[in-house]
Design a protein around this ligand. Structure first.
Ligand SMILES: [Zn+2]
Length: 76
């Protein structure tokens, strides 16, 4: 299984660089492709989840490619 990590996680609460890994979270991409994202924990208690925003929108479980395919299908 693919595990996504962030090379430079920054705490959303205090803005400091985080070095400690905390956990791994499950994400399912395109409904049938499970991956894991690394979760980091700051000293202040803030949690940072590796975002998949490079190829997916926030709060969306479909990659940009798949969404584009959907648009194409409605045009056909
Ligand atoms: Zn922090």
């Amino acid at each position: 299984m693919v595990i996504y990590t962030d090379p430079d996680p920054v705490c959303p609460k205090c803005g400091l660089h985080i070095t400690a890994k905390y956990d791994k979270g499950n994400r399912i991409i395109n409904k049938n492709y499970p991956v894991k994202v690394t979760i980091y924990r700051c000293k202040c208690g803030g949690l940072y989840r590796t975002p998949l925003t490079k190829f997916m929108d926030k709060h969306c479980n479909y990659t940009h490619d798949i969404k584009k395919m959907g648009i194409t299908v409605t045009i056909l």
